[in-house]
Design a protein around this ligand. Structure first.
Ligand code: KG4
Ligand code: ZN
Length: 341
């Protein structure tokens, strides 16, 4: 099959997305970057929980075992067969090298066997497409707060494929801070959802944790906040864990939301959008909503399952990249440190 850059796919063309950058093995079929026909996510949480975090070697072995059944399930749920698939997209970075290689190699092999284009997808761009997938007519420019286990970024989004990074974390990502604080508090892995749940019963004003770089520039720093939590609990072992979780979460949300709000004003954004796993956080979602109501901005909060890693966002990104850049080269490899721009 001869393929040219900038392929036009019909809005009904089913694209298969594959996501294996970290500890979720995911496959999805999405028509025209709009209609999710299926989205299957197989989490490896149980495999990694006993180690308190993701073990890269275990993750890649699990992807190897899970990918074929997960793809089969996604095809079955979408009621499509291989001949119906118009293109295959897979995350090629950033992420764990071994895990990425499983997804990329499998996607390339399937694309070759089925005679369809292969599209290498940037995982960060895919997180941005999660919003557009659920709300294709989002007003631009948008400020997107992309907060995940590996990244914390403030992004000006002018349209599909057109982004400017305004600020990023200088040390720990927001999700990493949640995970490390949760581990220290004995709440297990993954930490974000555990802190989210426990914080509901705690007092967010109980401990005045620092708000790092609140009024300074556009970058973030969460490593000092994590240390402040550790120091406080060591000095006050009797402290209520729910109060610590709520106060820590409040500090993270204050910094994230105040910067996103300032950025929205600075760039004249029409709306504020959340993306990435931490965007599933209850308090963060409420705080963004409040700010948007107060400032007359459009708030866009993707559903929680679309915030955390999934392959529907990968299929949507693949659709757009295929239209703008055409298929990726057959020798495309995995890029663990790939950047958004
Ligand atoms: O986007 P994601 O699924 O994977 C990466 O690309 O990193 O994000 C995972 C991160 C983890 O750090 C996890 O603890 C955090 O998102 N997370 C949350 C919540 N759900 C997931 N953090 C805070 N509150 C949540 N409800
Ligand atoms: Zn992610």
């Amino acid at each position: 099959m001869v393929v040219e850059p900038g392929i036009e796919l019909s809005a009904a063309a089913p694209v298969l997305g594959i996501e294996t950058s970290c500890d979720e093995t995911a496959a999805a079929v999405v028509a025209g970057a709009r209609t999710v026909m299926s989205s299957v996510v197989s989490s490896q949480i149980d495999l990694h929980a006993r180690y308190g975090g993701v073990v890269p070697e275990i993750a890649s072995r699990a992807h190897l075992e899970l990918l074929v059944p997960v793809v089969a399930e996604a095809m079955l749920e979408a009621r499509v067969e291989s001949r119906d698939i118009a293109a295959i997209g897979a995350t090629y970075g950033p992420g764990l090298i071994g895990s990425l290689l499983i997804g990329v190699s499998s996607a390339k092999a399937l694309a070759l066997a089925w005679g369809v284009p292969f599209v290498a997808v940037n995982h960060l761009e895919a997180h941005l497409y999660a919003a557009l997938l659920e709300e294709p007519d989002l007003p631009m420019p948008l400020v997107v707060l992309l907060v995940s286990g590996g990244h914390t970024m403030l992004i000006r989004m002018n349209g599909p494929g057109d982004y400017e990074v305004i600020g990023a974390t200088l040390d720990d990502a927001a999700g990493e801070a949640f995970d490390k604080v949760a581990r220290f508090l004995g709440l297990g892995y993954p930490g974000g959802p555990a802190i989210d749940a426990l914080a509901m019963t705690g007092d967010p004003t109980a401990v005045a944790f620092p708000r790092p770089m609140l009024d300074q520039g556009w970058d973030f720093s969460f490593s000092g906040l994590k240390t402040a939590v550790v120091n406080h609990v060591r000095r006050h072992p009797e402290v209520d864990t729910a109060d610590v979780a709520a106060s820590f979460q409040q500090a993270v949300c204050d910094v994230l939301v105040s910067k996103a709000r300032r950025a929205a004003h600075e760039v004249g954004a029409k709306g504020l959008c959340l993306a990435g796993g931490v965007a599933a956080n209850t308090q963060l979602r409420e705080a963004v909503l409040d700010v948007c109501v107060a400032d007359g901005l459009r708030a866009f909060l993707p559903t929680r399952s679309m915030c955390t890693d999934n392959a529907a966002m990968v299929a949507a990104a693949a659709y757009h990249r295929l239209r703008s850049d055409g298929p990726s080269a057959a020798d495309t490899g995995a890029l663990p440190n790939l950047r958004l721009v």
